[in-house]
Design a protein around this ligand. Sequence first.
Ligand SMILES: [Zn+2]
Length: 259
Amino acid sequence: MLPGPARAEEETSSEAVARKAEAARAVLETAARWGLAQPPLPAPPSPASRPALSAAQGVKLADGLPPVVYRVPTEERIVFLTVDDGAEKDPEFNRMAAELGVPLSTFVADYLARSDYGYFRRFAAQGDAVNNHTVNHRNLKLLGYATQREEICRQQDQLEEQIGIRPRLFRPPYGEYNEDTLRAAASCGIEAVPLWNEEAFPDRIEYRYEDRRLHPGDIILTHFRGADLWSGSMPDLLRRVVDEVTAQGFALARLDDYL
Ligand SMILES: [Zn+2]
């Protein structure tokens, strides 16, 4: 018979093994319940501080202006999911992302979100960022500096009032911007302008590059849209994204921890 302390240690480690097995079973069950082919890969721990952006493929840097980023420079096999606009407010999407532990970053336009900011507050409460996508979702390139600034700064104010946060990230509607946009965004407190390399739909992913593959640090765009606007629901969309990301050996990470 083993002396007391060693025996206690042995019990502790077998309890730990049981706990781990139970956790793994729960992850598999959750993935199966949401119809995923396999559970999402866990993201590596977020960096202690946001890495400094250097000139790289997928990063446009100009003095004194927020960087425009299509791909975050990283060696890790991570990609980032961003969800724009705010028309469809499906609580299942919210719940699915939370249960799977899949981080995402939202870019919210006031004219679509204002009917129910409570929906976006729930994302913020579960650790997902709510970022700026202007008040009226106009093509900023067609507007003068002052109007662009109003579109961006007023949405900063609105998100602060409604969600309690003043975003650091801003995405121009349609990905259309000019130097005035970046100057205006900087004056509203914006630090970076993420665009995207892939766009996700419930039935497919469209790639910017011909290799049709995800690359470390790629930013994926999708939208809050209902089945009336595309061929599926928001959970269908998230299932498509997670399955594709996992099949290519990537994990979804929090954009706001890297940018
Ligand atoms: Zn948009």
